[in-house]
Design a protein around this ligand. Structure first.
Ligand code: 13P
Ligand code: ZN
Length: 268
């Protein structure tokens, strides 16, 4: 049985392609920008068996013990979100980690001679999933995208500050505190694709579900693909309202502490 024929995995793949289209339509996914991963291990039955030796193994530069033996869906490096939307399995992969979590095999492509590798941001995706798996979290989805409105904020030194960012996000739109109650974490500019940015991202995700990468983009973690996308979308809306007021020449007022407290006591 091929893994992509498993019904529950097919649903996830469909949701990823749907969200990939939203990312492209919003202008957040220029060329190959962004990547998505989903830990699908809980969807695979124990009786699912494949001849692992038929698929080449790739050693990782770090070990992810909590991911040992797990199956993950991950987008391919250099792949376009607009193509992922049309043909997810030609633009993404299913990998199986080895029993130590130190290597993986790409099991979704024809045996030997597969044509592309996972995203260059794999260190961050795997470190996040490792952390989530350690705590048996129900969060299985990680989305990275280059959200214009959020990147623009991190081009302003004054907003390269967690407290300042969250005050802005919560103040611009009542939905934000309801659907992104833990706010965002800020990750200072670091080399994309590096272990360094992975470490910094995982650290801020201890207290938040969304990490803002200075001058680059956003990493969000959630239970489902649509819910994870929604958090980014809501934050982008808050930032958009802020910039709209500013570009009209007005200083946005923001919700008051009392208004925010009422939202918290009513919805959270
Ligand atoms: P990949 O094409 O390797 O996924 O990279 C896109 C990206 O957004 C890097 O930060
Ligand atoms: Zn990126």
């Amino acid at each position: 049985m091929e893994i992509q024929k498993i019904k529950r995995v097919r649903k996830i793949i469909f949701e990823v392609s749907e969200v990939a289209d939203y990312l492209w339509q919003r202008g957040w996914a220029e060329r190959n920008a962004g990547n998505i991963s989903v830990n699908i291990n809980h969807l695979i039955n124990d009786d699912f068996k494949i001849k692992l030796n038929d698929y080449p193994s790739y050693k990782l530069s770090k070990t992810y013990p909590a991911l040992a033996g797990m199956y993950l869906f991950v987008t391919g490096t250099g792949k376009r979100m607009r193509d992922l939307a049309k043909d997810p399995l030609k633009n993404a992969l299913i990998i199986k980690m080895n029993s130590e979590g130190s290597a993986y095999r790409i099991i979704s492509q024809k045996k030997r001679g597969h044509k592309f590798l996972p995203t260059s941001e794999l260190p961050t995706h795997l470190l996040i999933h490792n952390k989530l798996a350690e705590s048996n979290s129900s969060n299985k989805v990680v989305i990275h995208t280059h959200t214009n409105e959020l990147v623009a904020l991190t081009q302003i030194r004054e907003y390269c500050n967690e407290e300042k960012l969250n005050k802005l996000f919560f103040g611009m739109h009542p939905e934000t505190i309801i659907f992104v109650p833990r706010g965002v974490g800020f990750v200072e500019y670091s080399m994309p694709g590096s272990e360094d940015i992975a470490d910094k991202t995982v650290k801020v995700l201890e207290n938040h579900d969304v990490a803002l990468w200075e001058k680059h983009g956003v990493f969000a973690v959630g239970e489902s693909v649509p819910d994870t996308f929604d958090m980014i979308d809501i934050l982008a809306k808050s930032a958009r309202i802020f910039f709209m007021c500013k570009s009209a020449g007005y200083e946005p007022e923001g919700l008051s502490e009392t208004e925010l407290s009422r939202l918290i006591s009513t919805f959270l």
